[in-house]
Design a protein around this ligand. Structure first.
Ligand code: 5GP
Ligand code: ZN
Length: 115
């Protein structure tokens, strides 16, 4: 728990969020500033500042972010229509919250190319 981290405060119930999923390893809540009709953030309970900080003993946890995203895509009815998963790392990728999170974006046609 990092008191200076907005996602740690949400996970601890100290800041509000629209929580859509919780288990012992991850939580998922709606993005405050959605970039698509469906925009959910899947967030590990552990405070991991960026992809650069992921360790090999966290591989199962990182995999769990993806299986959770897949389930949320299904429960939101976008498994077949399609969706995009994004995890930004560092300034060039415009990471703004330094607690890793997987963006689940869907519910409409995405733009391409990315970047
Ligand atoms: P990043 O740029 O770090 O990949 O994405 C951070 C995301 O977190 C942004 O899409 C932003 O809208 C979202 N966000 C930032 N602060 C909050 C907050 O307090 N609550 C929620 N629900 N989302 C937030
Ligand atoms: Zn945190």
């Amino acid at each position: 728990m990092d008191q200076n981290c907005v996602f740690c405060r949400i996970i601890a119930g100290q800041s509000p969020s629209e929580m859509v999923y919780e288990d012992d390893q991850v939580v998922a809540f709606l993005d405050l500033n959605p970039a698509a009709p469906i925009h959910v953030l899947i967030v590990p309970r552990d405070h991991i500042p960026s992809i650069n900080h992921i360790t090999s003993d966290q591989e199962a946890l990182i995999g769990h972010l993806f299986t959770t995203a897949k389930q949320l895509a299904d429960s939101n009815g976008i498994a077949k229509s399609g969706y995009r998963l994004i995890m930004n790392s560092g300034p060039d990728a415009l990471q703004t919250v330094f607690h890793i999170h997987l963006h689940l974006l869907g519910g409409g046609q995405m733009r391409f190319p990315m970047g």
